[in-house]
Design a protein around this ligand. Structure first.
Ligand code: EPU
Length: 419
């Protein structure tokens, strides 16, 4: 089992370049199922979720080459319509092959993704959306089976108990590109990753309007062609570096970070007394002194992202004062609390909120990462804790952060991976 050994490190300093967004590239890879021509995607991060999506596409008969940060995806003859349990159970995002497969082949069979440590993650909105386009959906032997002789445009409302759904919006938008007539997606997700997907689909010949807003209109076309596309920078990786600079009282210039994707994060860091400077093509973050406690509520974009909740909890655990962090997207996403408390943090959970009492210092301990973002939070905590932190479960970190320990070491952190 690989582990990370993290020592108390000084301020992180220097320049760091962020990679393309994992959550943009995964649905864009799935969109390649919508054409029989090759597509090239640039700026692709080397993370295991991308490798898993490559496996799924290959399983479905596509040829995929991954060199440097380029993916070339060439749809050959479809080898099937089944995304099997062994692959889907390892990555929930694989549900986004459902819409494109159904649209191209009239049938798709995708394993139900199942539970997840960040809480229940239903797929009712995906199914509701595809049903509205004319698909018949059943669940058989743990698989969602979607069948449609023809998909027809329709009005689809995608709001659930916790707001809209990013991947349900992606699935319906992809399926609608080849449907007959016009689809109107109401209460669509606004996330920049949805806008990036829409832009890729438009390059493929799709007719889409309104992406980036709450109503997306898709005019079905007969066929799509291959396209070339560069993935947007990963706003969650950028936000993680911003919090890392604040936590270590460092000075980081985060190249590629887009302020227009990080408004809520920038506001909260400034409120906490961190210096944030918007530069051309980069953001510079300086943690001048011990951060002040601030309250944060996670929300869909443009609100504060749930994917940075664990990291901001880590920051607040060493802030001056007490803060209230409320999760409005995944009310159960708090597995990191117990591990941070093992490092001396004082965090209590009340329903969908964490009450964090800032402490003077954390102390290194053996800790286990439960999921991707929790693992990033524990690494950041390890950098400011006294003595050594030993982090297990780093396969989670590797699902979404490209060479994170190496990048950290390049900025002055004392961190190493051991087998
Ligand atoms: N939801 C439903 N029904 C559905 C789908 C979702 O009730 O059919 C609920 C979820 O349970 C949740 C809320 O709606 O409470 C939002 O979930 P959403 O569907 O938007 O999440 P997702 O599309 O499955 C993506 C990201 C997640 C990120 C969320 C929210 C990808 C591959 N994943 O998931 O990223 O947390 O949006 O922004 O894009 C991560 O990168 O660590 C990660 C978990």
């Amino acid at each position: 089992m690989a582990r990370l050994l993290i020592e108390h490190s000084g301020p992180l300093e220097g320049r760091v370049t962020i990679n393309g967004a994992k959550n943009a590239v995964l649905p864009i890879m799935a969109a390649c199922l919508l054409t029989d021509e090759p597509s090239t995607i640039e700026g692709v991060p080397h993370v295991t979720d991308v490798l898993l999506m490559i496996e799924i596409l290959r399983h479905l008969g596509l040829q995929v080459e991954f060199t440097d940060d380029h993916l070339v995806i060439t749809p050959g003859r479809f080898a099937g319509q089944v995304a099997p349990y062994e692959l889907v159970s390892r990555m929930r995002a694989s549900i986004c092959v459902l819409g494109p497969l159904l649209s191209r082949q009239g049938r798709a069979q995708v394993s139900m993704p199942g539970g997840c440590v960040i809480g229940p993650r239903p797929i009712d909105l995906h199914l509701k959306g595809l049903q509205a386009l004319g698909a018949t959906l059943t669940v058989e032997h743990g698989y969602v089976v979607a069948v449609a002789d023809e998909l027809r445009g329709a009005k689809v409302h995608l709001s659930g108990a916790f707001g809209s759904s990013v991947l349900a919006t992606a699935n319906v938008m992809m399926a609608a590109t080849l449907a007959k007539g016009t689809t109107v997606i109401e209460h669509a997700a606004y996330e920049p990753e949805i806008t990036d997907l829409a832009q890729f689909l438009i390059r493929m010949g799709a007719r889409i309007e309104g992406h980036g807003g709450s109503v997306i209109r898709v005019e079905g076309v007969q066929r799509l062609h291959g396209a070339e596309h560069r993935i947007i920078p990963d706003r969650i990786e950028a936000g993680t570096w911003m919090i890392a600079a604040a936590m270590t009282q460092g000075d980081l210039t985060i190249e590629g970070a887009r302020a227009d994707h990080l408004g809520a994060v920038i506001d909260k860091l400034i409120e906490a007394g961190v210096s944030v400077e918007k530069l051309s093509g980069a953001i510079r973050v300086r943690g001048m002194r011990c951060p002040q406690a601030v309250d944060v509520t996670t929300l869909a974009f443009p609100g504060f992202p749930t994917d940075l909740q664990a990291q901001i909890v880590a920051l607040m655990s060493i802030a001056q004062g007490s803060s209230l962090l409320t999760e409005r997207v995944y009310p159960e996403r708090f597995m990191h609390i117990a591990e941070l408390n093992r490092m001396g943090a004082q965090i209590t959970r009340e329903g969908a909120s964490a009450i964090v009492k800032g402490v003077g210092r954390l102390s290194g301990a053996p800790v286990v990462a439960s999921d991707l973002r929790a693992s990033a939070a524990l690494v950041l905590a390890g950098l400011v804790a006294q003595h050594q932190t030993e982090l297990e479960g780093i396969e989670h970190l590797e699902r979404g952060y490209d060479h994170f320990p190496e990048k950290l070491a390049g900025l002055g952190a004392q961190i190493r991976r051991v087998e």
